[in-house]
Design a protein around this ligand. Structure first.
Ligand code: SAM
Length: 410
């Protein structure tokens, strides 16, 4: 069996694991660690598993193939272990193969020294297989192919991996530019998945601080079953062990999967109804969101407008969205990258007034706010029903969740 490793933002490991299970991997084959999730696959299914993971994972950061794992207490052991691995099966002639890595709690402490040993060992392995003389330089060109080697050495055990993804998975392709302080696409998708939003039900999703629209776009892509990687390329499409054919098949499968859902969504939208909504104080942000929605192929499904979130009333929200039942999901400015601490506190108070009705969300609503404001709950006037620690880049945040959906009295 071959291990495939998916690095994840801290706090999102369980979401990535859940996604792998829905891709059909057996629970026993999926293992969750700190900042990473891995799964095992048989060698004959490797290419297919790699293609589908790259195309479909919404919350993972990359897809890495682990080529080997061995004890490495000194440089000789590292060199021998690396040169015993079948690099030629993965790295085509002429490809660039930079090396990146980390070490922890190990005798081999110097990352640059380990990087150059790994590079040297791979070069020595490949040279005779490419018919090159001892000592000859290997031609490397990113345009030919890109095979980033990643190693970790933890407790004197080295793990050698190849990055199949290239540009990280959060680069979906629909957001070439963003407003300030955007959410990473993988985190936005994970927030929608964590909230278990059910599209096409009568619950609409509203982001009243939408910025460049990452939450509405990811929600609409989830609703329509659009594969997040469908519109981009991956490094391993040029590798001999993976190649373009499995990606062509996976893209075709993804198009088949999303077609009926996109049609349903368009039917839904044909009579003017929308099921995802975004607004922002800044009209330029709304215009950018509209472009991103369109680039993601989910235009027509998302209702947008400019406006002050804090002047919305439950009645105004119902009138705008056409539904009294909603999931408000947002990441307002929290005074780190946008606005100052007092302005961020004022927004937290405003969210409490506007969306939580000073503590108790109105009947029919769920509210989830990603914030780094430490006393958000006090400012908003209510303890959250559930809070989850997440990281937005390096900033520690909490996703404060309020579930106040009660059936109206008969
Ligand atoms: C952290 S950014 C949101 C980023 C967004 N999630 C993205 O991925 O691009 C916060 C946004 O809140 C907007 N904003 C600030 N005060 C607002 C208010 N009172 N009403 C509506 N939007 C507001 C800002 O213009 C900014 O675009």
């Amino acid at each position: 069996m071959i291990r495939i490793v998916v690095p994840a933002l801290l706090g999102l490991e369980a979401v990535v694991a859940e996604e792998l299970l829905s891709l059909g991997h057996e629970p026993a084959a999926v293992e969750t660690g700190n900042g990473r999730v891995s799964f095992q696959t048989a060698p004959e299914h490797l290419a297919d598993a790699v293609a589908r993971a790259n195309l479909w994972l919404r919350s993972g950061e990359r897809v890495l193939i682990e080529l080997g794992r061995f004890p490495a207490r000194d440089f000789d052991a590292l060199f021998d272990g690396v040169s015993a691995l079948p690099w030629e099966d993965f790295i085509p002639p002429g490809a660039a193969f930079p090396v990146k890595g980390s070490t922890r709690a190990s005798r081999l402490e110097s990352v640059p020294a380990c990087q150059s040993i790994v590079k040297k060992a791979v070069v020595e392995r490949l040279r005779p297989r490419l018919g090159l003389a001892p000592g000859a330089a290997l031609p490397e060109d990113e345009q030919t192919a890109f095979c980033r080697i990643q190693f970790t050495i933890v407790d004197d055990v080295a793990s050698l991996m190849l990055d199949t993804t290239g540009e990280p998975l959060h680069k979906r392709g629909y957001r070439p530019v963003s407003t300030e302080a955007p959410l990473r696409e993988t985190l936005a998708a994970a927030m929608v998945l964590l909230l278990k939003w059910r599209p096409f039900s009568d619950e609409v999703l509203v982001d009243p601080f939408c910025g460049s629209g990452t939450l509405p776009v990811e929600a609409a892509m989830i609703a329509c079953g659009v594969a997040p990687g469908a519109a981009r390329r991956f490094a391993c499409e040029r590798w001999p062990a993976v190649g373009p054919a499995v990606f062509a098949a996976a893209r075709e499968e993804a198009a088949e999967f999303s077609r009926p859902r996109l049609l349903t969504a368009r039917d839904f939208a044909a009579d003017g109804r929308r099921f995802v909504f975004g607004s922002d104080l800044d009209p330029a942000a709304v215009a950018l969101t509209a472009k991103n929605v369109s680039r993601a192929g989910v235009e027509g499904l998302v209702g947008l407008r400019a406006g002050d979130a804090l002047s919305l009333s439950p009645a105004a929200l119902t009138e705008w969205t056409g539904s009294g039942r909603r999931l408000v999901l947002c990441n307002p400015p929290y005074g780190e990258r946008l606005l100052d601490a007092e302005q961020a506190a004022e927004i937290s108070r405003g969210i409490g007034r506007t969306f939580l009705d000073r503590g108790s969300a109105p009947v029919g609503s769920r509210v989830a706010v990603l914030s780094a404001v430490t006393d958000f709950e006090r400012l908003a006037g209510a303890p959250a029903d559930k809070r989850r620690k997440l990281y937005n880049g390096m900033i520690q945040c909490h996703l404060y969740q309020y579930f106040r959906w009660r059936k109206p009295a008969p």
